[in-house]
Design a protein around this ligand. Structure first.
Ligand code: LLP
Length: 427
């Protein structure tokens, strides 16, 4: 990882900042994000689209990391946002991303969310069902507004990723069945208050090969030709997100290859294109700092390294059996001979396990390590399970670091709770 290196005195450094300094001052667990890496990766995506000669807008998928500092950094670079809730919409607006630069995705948007989005003049709504289309049409009539929509089509293509993050199979809840899409599009174009602009698709996440993308885009291109032949207008194809990263030395997805797949299937259609990347830009930009609480030996068996980070902080290993790299911060630890180690958190569930039989130096109480590639679907999926406060967050940008979220104070855990008066003793 280009932004990480081991300094013989200061230990692991991120963009020239000693991670031990951050941990000394902020404590652990602590998320650290490299602004330079995020920027560079977003620029590479934009460049890949331009080099392929594509007229493509990039809408960052806010769900991957919705921190206001992240959204502000991306707004400054001119990127739009892909959102899936009223909360994400409010965040994107708060970060200064204009409404017309926002795309609203999601299988179940509430009336209140749709009214807010349509009232603000949101750029595009990706509609996921016939039912939702009718609801949007009635809201536009009520508000006296127009909504620009695409139909999100489920292309029934296997993205060959983890079952829990596959979205483009007919069995998944997402999108409009392919065979219904042409007729529904014609209907959409006839509805009051609806501007039917085109199609969108999103087949899953952590996709490492472009073959499933090509298969999906080929089907969308057929659909565009079909509805155009029937006299409909199509201006936009939104190609979704999903490009995968390298968690465990697997070759990461290449934006240039994605751009090639888009060009091959959709390049000749004379439409405006869009992508919605989340994990690819922000995932490798972040890590989670943690301290070893204790090294629990078990005779000849692999020891348990118990960290102060847990599944409530980083859920991905428990939820998807995800593999994340683990790197000691201390240059001394990094030189010791590695042994098989189980790395766990302190939460009272056996699923609170970050790694099994991982080759690690015999790290002792107080040693620190970094859990890599946690910039996407890390802090955003945290909870306070076991009454563990949300971890601190730090942004390293342009050579200095900033606390972008202090560790949650303990009393914030219950500040919104109300105890009915007949139960109020000491609480
Ligand atoms: N667009 C839509 C409509 C989506 O549903 C998603 C992600 C994206 C774009 C961005 O996909 P990305 O480029 O990040 O792959 N929590 C899971 C990932 C869930 C992804 C959900 N949808 C994980 O930690 O692996």
């Amino acid at each position: 990882r280009p932004y990480l290196d081991m300094d013989p005195l200061c230990g692991l450094m991120l963009d020239g900042v000693a991670l031990n300094d951050i941990a000394d001052k902020v404590g652990t667990p602590c998320w650290v994000l490299s602004g330079d890496t995020l920027r560079a990766r977003m620029h590479r995506m934009r460049q890949a689209m331009q080099d392929a000669g594509l007229n493509a807008s990039i809408y960052y998928a806010v769900k991957a990391n919705d921190h206001l500092a992240v959204l502000s950094l991306l707004r400054e670079e001119g990127f739009g946002a892909d959102i899936v809730s009223g909360g994400e919409l409010a965040r994107a607006l708060k970060a200064g991303i204009p409404a017309h630069h926002i795309v609203f995705s999601g299988v179940g948007k509430s009336d209140a969310e749709l009214e807010q989005a349509i009232g603000l003049g949101i750029g595009q709504i990706n509609v996921e069902s016939a039912e939702e289309l009718e609801i949007i049409s009635s809201i536009t009539s009520k508000l006296g507004k127009q909504a620009t929509i695409t139909l999100r089509v489920n292309p029934d293509v296997d993205a060959r990723t983890h079952a829990k993050i596959t979205t483009g199979l007919a069995a998944n809840k997402f999108g409009i069945p392919y065979d219904d899409a042409a007729a529904l599009y014609a209907h959409a174009a006839s509805l009051p208050g609806i501007r039917a602009a085109g199609f969108s698709t999103h087949i899953g996440s952590q996709i490492l090969s472009v073959a499933p993308y090509r298969a999906a885009y080929a089907r969308i291109a057929d659909l565009v030709r079909t509805v155009r032949a029937a006299g409909q207008t199509v201006d936009v194809v939104d190609c979704g997100g999903g490009l995968g990263i390298s968690y465990r030395n697997e070759p990461e997805g290449q934006p240039e290859a994605l751009a090639g797949a888009i060009r091959a299937e959709l390049g000749g259609l004379d439409v405006r294109l869009a992508i919605e990347p989340g994990r690819w830009p922000v995932g490798p930009s972040g890590l989670l700092l943690s301290t070893v609480i204790l090294n629990k030996s078990r005779g000849d068996e692999a020891p348990f390294l118990v960290l102060d980070a847990a599944m409530n902080d980083l859920l991905r290993p428990s939820m998807y059996d995800a593999w994340h790299g683990l790197v000691p911060l201390s240059p001394h630890d990094a030189t010791l001979a590695a042994i098989p180690t189980h790395v766990v958190g302190p939460v009272c569930e056996s699923g609170d396990t970050f790694a099994r039989d991982r080759q690690l130096p015999p790290m002792q109480r107080g040693a620190r390590l970094a859990i890599l590639d946690t910039g996407a679907y890390g802090a955003v999926m945290s909870s306070t399970y076991n009454s563990r406060p949300l971890a601190a967050e730090v942004l390293v940008d342009k050579g200095t670091w900033h606390v972008i979220r202090p560790r949650q104070p303990q009393d914030a855990l219950w500040q919104d709770e109300r105890v009915p008066s007949h139960l109020a003793g000491t609480a």
